[in-house]
Design a protein around this ligand. Sequence first.
Ligand SMILES: *Cc1c(COP(=O)(O)O)cnc(C)c1O
Length: 431
Amino acid sequence: MLYHSTNNPAHRVDLKEAILRSLPPDNGLYMPDTLPVLGPDFWAIWRELSFQEIGYAVAHAFFHEDVPAADLKSIVEGTLTFDAPLVTLAPGDHILELFHGPTLAFKDFGARFMARLMAWLTRGEDRELTVLVATSGDTGGAVASAFHRVPGTRVIILYPKGKVSGLQEKQLTTLGDNITALEIDGTFDDCQRLVKSAFLDRELSESLNLTSANSINLSRLVPQSFYYIHSARQLPAGVEPVFVIPSGNFGNLTAGLLAMQLGLPVKKFVAATNINDVVPAYLRSGDYQPRPSAATISNAMDVGAPSNFARMQALFGNSWESMKGKIEGMSFTDDQTRAAVREVKALLDYEIDPHGAVGWLAARKFRAANPGNATITLETAHPSKFLDVMEQEIGKDAVAIPDRLAVLAGREKVAVQLPADEAALREWLTK
Ligand SMILES: *Cc1c(COP(=O)(O)O)cnc(C)c1O
């Protein structure tokens, strides 16, 4: 399979280049040349398959020309070592829990698959691969955990000093071995700028064999489509799900579109955002106006220029009409989100994190306007990752911290301090 840039269909590369380069030189996004479809053989038995079997079928549809079946199977099985259970809060009101992985956020699915695929693509090479990633919180932890002790790789995570939560910081700074955390005296935007400058420095990029683990990497999207199919098969036969996706960079929603493209019947997608509502505004008006992001309590969705938007457009043939026919946009304020956290606890006895709460509000609004529908809301992180908000709204000790997060509290943080300066990063990387 070849992959082309959304900016130029004639720029085509193979799988290895699409994954290791991550971004085409023209700043577009890589898309598969032909979008895979799962055949009638799969859809005849999909409801009886396990999560791993569904994952393998999807991965096979995308990568079978490039990765031998046995290797692909072990990549999928190594990724999916935990479940994504569907929890029913009330009739038609379903929550897909995506936080049962090692770092308690859905980003574990993409990061674990990417780490295994990259290791396979570079097998037998004696050059060490350096994975460089900037994080505002969840991505760095998922990438660090996924690549920890993977032979032949070294991971360097840039995070903004004082701007990630205490437990998130521990997830980045306590693993050691091949994982190094750089604590940058600046903002998340500075971290992203530094990472970009390292990639643009050809000599540095080649001498260190740099690769990126950001969310536009196609190998992070494909495994996210596994759980759309896995959850839909748990609804009664004949019920077409409405998927509600709390969104920031829109990777998760794009993965849902890939699942639909593979043949999954989907009634609607609801793009749920906080006040950073660039995509819902586009769906209303047809006018795409990216803008700087505003800070909210669902901070993993504070994105003003969603990086997967070009892929969404490509999947709808660049037609606003056809995108708005399939995706409905809704946005909510922090006050509404806080009220939803309280209401879900009080009425349904469920602890929903602020990102999931934005989704739950959108799902309720959709069902009220379209009675009789079944919504599946993606719960993207475990509530204990956002303990401050949870404690303010539903009280101390209302949320249990899972052991794998709690043990980090006692570990010692190890990070390299650097100024937000290109030359300083370059010097540190080359020494
Ligand atoms: C990353 C993240 C999101 C946003 O996902 P996108 O794929 O960027 O739209 C939502 N919730 C949580 C908890 C996240 O970590």
